[in-house]
Design a protein. Sequence first.
Length: 466
Amino acid sequence: MKPMAVNPAERSLVAFTRVEARAAAGLAAIFSTRMLGLFMVLPVFALYAHELEGATPILVGLAIGAYGLTQALFQIPLGLLSDRVGRKPVIYAGLVLFAIGSIVAALADRIELVILGRVIQGSGAIAAATIALTADLTRDVVRTRAMAAIGISVALSFAAALVIGPPLARWVGISGIFWLTAVLAVAGILVLTYVVPEPVRSSVHREAQPVMDQFAGVLTNRTLLRLDLGIFLLHLTMVSLFVVLPLSIESAGLAAEDHWLLYLPVVLLAIVAMVPFIILAERGGKVKSVLLGSVIAMGSAMLGFYRFNQSVWVLGLLLLVMFTAFNLMEAILPSLVSKAARPGAKGTAMGVFSSSQFVGAFLGGLLGGMAHQSFGADAVYLVGAATALVWVGLAAGMAMPANLTAHVLSLDALPAGPGDGLEARLLAIPGVEDAVVALDEGVAYLKVDSRRLDWAKLQEFTAVSA
């Protein structure tokens, strides 16, 4: 769908069409149920892995994080492939692979087969293709809200997995969780078939998907690289935590099937606790302070897990700090990536950012397992504290990107031919800070200062250009 020229201040007032609402709801359901399947083993696998032949701490950690490696390797290539063969065929194939990997893990009696299943699960990397299909099925004026719905659904799936996983593992075992994951993949296929509309046509959306000619600029942008490293360290720490945290909770006296009693209030309180810090960051202009504070809080929590892990109440308090910091950074870091990327490069920047996240998940499981096996469970918490220390040094010297808003301007009415001078004319409009003209897409990607933007002149430009 082609972009509309709508004042950024009025975008939140534009309603979804019926097709857009179906697309957003259906794709969010596919995305979130898939991630629910991946996450449900996090709070329980370390507790039940001893039932598998050949299980060692390092292989347990590898089984927890293995999906991240193939997810990182395949999500950008499969997103680019969807430009050629279509979005839905790639998503169908990814969901089938996810189901196959889940079945392999469900049937496994050895830890190595669970690892293989997790690797296959991750190879069904549909994130980029799903985001691209969302862009195909929505107008520019509502696309950000559609993407936000998907992001919120993933965050809720993580929270739900922590609560659902422990009692479910007690009732049906780890193999039962993997069977349920396979069922969720099949449900995703049905949603894609019967709920998600067919796009009229698929086209490149530089703000929503990776584009080959943008990688050089993204990979040489120091601010983006720092943010990529930040999300890498965040997920390395979080996944390594779950290599041993369930064991600590059980040792503190809470039975495995009752761990949800700890996770549920902590998850709910963490969501509430993050809100004032989000407001402070975005409206109070304290993004860097909140980011640094979150990293320090996360490192302090990891030290707390190392020193004070004998009490369920203390573990609950430390988890509250950890999840609040995690939620904050999950919200702040993507926002900073969007602001730091040049116009038209957001999709590529987010693709690299997301791949960095999954590499972190893989190495978190691997390093957590190695530390557990070589030095004991408490050593894993020290790994997380050391990671936070590295991150503090990284973030302290990072300049925050300007608080600019992305805007897409339709140029469909322009006559065919070179676009020489268009960017200069756009940059001459007060409030337009950066502009990239993509004549092949018929749009101009802008970064604007909403407080200074002369919307009337931007409208005049569209009218004159037509």
